[in-house]
Design a protein around this ligand. Structure first.
Ligand code: HEC
Ligand code: HEC
Length: 192
């Protein structure tokens, strides 16, 4: 009798546990907690080597995560991290961060470079990096207020060929001088 009771209790508790697991998959906000140490609780970057995710398009975030996961986009930490998430989890986090408010940073920038960069952005990059880089067309990431060291690192990866530049972007970037690119990145960093 005692044995039977035990078996029944065990069977029902297993059922209860699996019912809970099915009823409550981790929410997007819970998943995104794992990103907060570096990308901030609301997607606002916690430091100069890390981008803000807040207000980026879902497509831009999901695309970046998939490229980190496959190794197509080089990284210091994201490749390793991205491998721990399923496509559904990546979609959920992309959706979550895309709904967070734009994050403005305050950083030291060179005023003359910012002015020059503003003109260059309008003429060369504004087709995809919309609204002074505050918005991005489809898979284009937000550039406004990203940390200058982060932007410089990504531009170096592109120009060294380690990160693949979109073809239409390469057409615009290639003819520019080192000084032009520097001015552009100062401009993006300054936008609030
Ligand atoms: C330990 C710090 C750290 C953690 C934790 C972290 N990231 Fe990152 N993230 C970075 C860094 C640094 C980069 C720049 C690429 C690189 O060097 O890895 C980055 C880049 C990104 C980018 C590219 C954004 C752009 O503008 O191109 C996305 C998207 C991203 N992370 C998503 C996430 C998500 C989602 C999580 C949580 C699952 C997460 N990250 C957790 C440090 C981190
Ligand atoms: C045809 C559209 C297009 C044009 C024009 C364009 N870009 Fe981009 N840019 C993109 C896309 C799409 C990405 C993300 C692609 C990827 O996964 O590498 C990107 C990413 C970037 C990044 C990396 C940001 C990050 O968070 O990872 C920098 C820096 C950048 N662009 C600078 C520029 C500059 C400077 C210009 C003008 C000289 C420019 N882009 C013109 C589409 C464009």
């Amino acid at each position: 009798m005692a044995m039977k009771w035990k078996k029944w209790a065990l069977a029902t508790s297993v059922l209860a546990v699996s019912a809970i697991a099915q009823a409550a998959p981790p929410s997007a906000a819970m998943l995104s907690n794992a990103c907060a140490g570096c990308h901030g609780t609301n997607g606002g970057s916690a430091g100069p080597s890390m981008p803000s995710l807040a207000s980026q398009s879902k497509t831009a975030i999901v695309d970046a995560m998939k490229k980190f996961k496959s190794g197509e986009r080089p990284s210091t930490v994201m490749g390793r991290l991205a491998k721990g998430y399923s496509d559904a989890e990546i979609e959920a986090m992309g959706d979550y961060f895309s709904k967070q408010k734009f994050h403005a940073t305050s950083q030291a920038v060179d005023a003359a470079k910012v002015k020059k960069g503003s003109d260059l952005q309008e003429a060369n990059c504004s087709r995809c990096h919309l609204d002074d880089g505050k918005d991005g067309k489809d898979d284009t990431p937000v550039m406004a207020s990203q940390w200058l060291p982060y932007l410089q690192m990504q531009m170096e990866l592109y120009q060294s060929g380690k990160r693949k530049m979109p073809e239409k972007m390469a057409e615009k970037v290639k003819p520019l001088s080192k000084e032009d690119i520097d001015a552009l990145l100062h401009f993006y960093a300054s936008v609030k």
